[in-house]
Each structure stands twice: as C-alpha cells, then as structure tokens.
Design a protein around this ligand. Sequence first.
Ligand SMILES: [Mg+2]
Length: 260
Amino acid sequence: MAKHGIGRENLNTYSNNLEIWRKTQICSYKQPMSIKVIAFDADDTLWVNEPYFQEIEKKFCVLLEDYLPQHTSARELLKTEIDNLALYGYGIKGFMLSMIETAMSVSQHTISLDVIEKIIGYGKDLLARPIELLDGVDEVLQQLKGRYRLVVATKGDLLDQERKLKNSGIEHFFHHIEIMSDKKESDYQKLIRHLDVQPEEFLMIGNSLKSDILPVLNLGGHGFHIPYHTTWAHEHIDHTIEHENFKQVEHIKQVLIHLV
Ligand SMILES: [Mg+2]
C-alpha cells in the first residue's frame, strides 16, 4: 500500500516480533525453482514512502495542538483513516481527507480554513516528493531481469503510483504494473490468473507481512519479506510465520542469493 500511518505505539512489539521471526525461521525453505513471476511491492520495498507520511502526520498533530496532545491526535487520525479505508482506499488523497475530517472532529467543527488549507498543502507536498529508491533496488532488478517476469503489485492512488513509477527510472524493468485497490487473497488470485501462471510459480516480495506475504502464501505462492524500519500500524500483524514458501531477508540484495 501504499500507506502510512501513525499510532505507532505497537512498534516495539513489532520489532520484538521481527526478532522472533528471525530466530524461528525454518530451514526447510526449498530453492524456488518453479518461480516464473516475481512481483514487487512498491512503497517501502522499492522506494521510501512511510517516513514521508510520518513527517506529514507529525506536522498535522502539531497543527492540532490547541485541541489535543499530539499522540491523541495521531490516534484519532489513525482511527479515521482505518474507518475510511473501505471508502477511499489507500493513498495520499484519502489520507488528506482523513486529516481534514479528524481536524474537524477534534475541534468540534471550529477548525479554521487556514488549517484546512495547510492540510491540503501537506498532501500536495507529499504528491510532489521526488522518488527515493531504496539501496540495491536497481542492481537487484538488473540481475533478475531476463530470468523472471518482473511485476509491480502496489496499493495506493492510481495517478500517484503511476507518477512514482514513471519518475522512478525503473519502470522499464517491469513486464506488468498492477495498482491494486487492496491486497487480499482474491486480489492476488486475479493478478495470478491475469499473468497466466500457477500460484506456485508466483513470488511476492514486500515489506508488509499482512498485505504482501500472507495472502500469497495462503494461495500456494511464495513470499519474501523484507522488513522496513517503520511500518504503518494498520499493516502490523502480531504472530509469526512458518511456511515452507516463506523467506525473510534483511536487505533486498539478499533475494539474489535465493533467485540467481
Ligand atoms: Mg509496502
């Protein structure tokens, strides 16, 4: 997804869980010789995303300091965002609307137009940010190109994700771009069918266990998890994964060990 967040009160739990995953990782992972398609998540897998959202959230919470302490505004915003997900989907525009809605509710509809204007400006700044590829991405894609069909599978605003891909300089590596409204099993099933492969020929690489890995494993596909240093609270899961098609790596370059 393209998304982001706040209310990162669970971050300690999250990093503890990562330790557990590292320790309990099973060794029975088999070389995925059957893989034909590798799909990459985009936000916080190919390029930086979540830290930009967090920056804006911080500014937003400072704006509302007259009404609520910052951490309370953060929690209110997260709640509004999650409530709105089914309506707006993932992405910056929905985030802007959720900030405006939160500002209105915490101020009991007394928020000034000046503040609303600032919120819209924050969102526009976010839309205009240059793309910052994560370390090793270009090298990994170069090595994998020609060996596999490479795909991007991302959530988020359609226009925004298209813009990011265009400006990323890596679009040419990909055979197919899928901008998904959600990343549930049924969404992956559609994608896998569209790509005309079997689930066991499909590998998903991403930073969210919940969105990028679990649904794909459930379908019989493969999942490589690359944890990012920060993850939106909505993407957290609090249990460990043990699956023969699952692999966790610390850095995107390490996927090459298993795939080349
Ligand atoms: Mg991601």
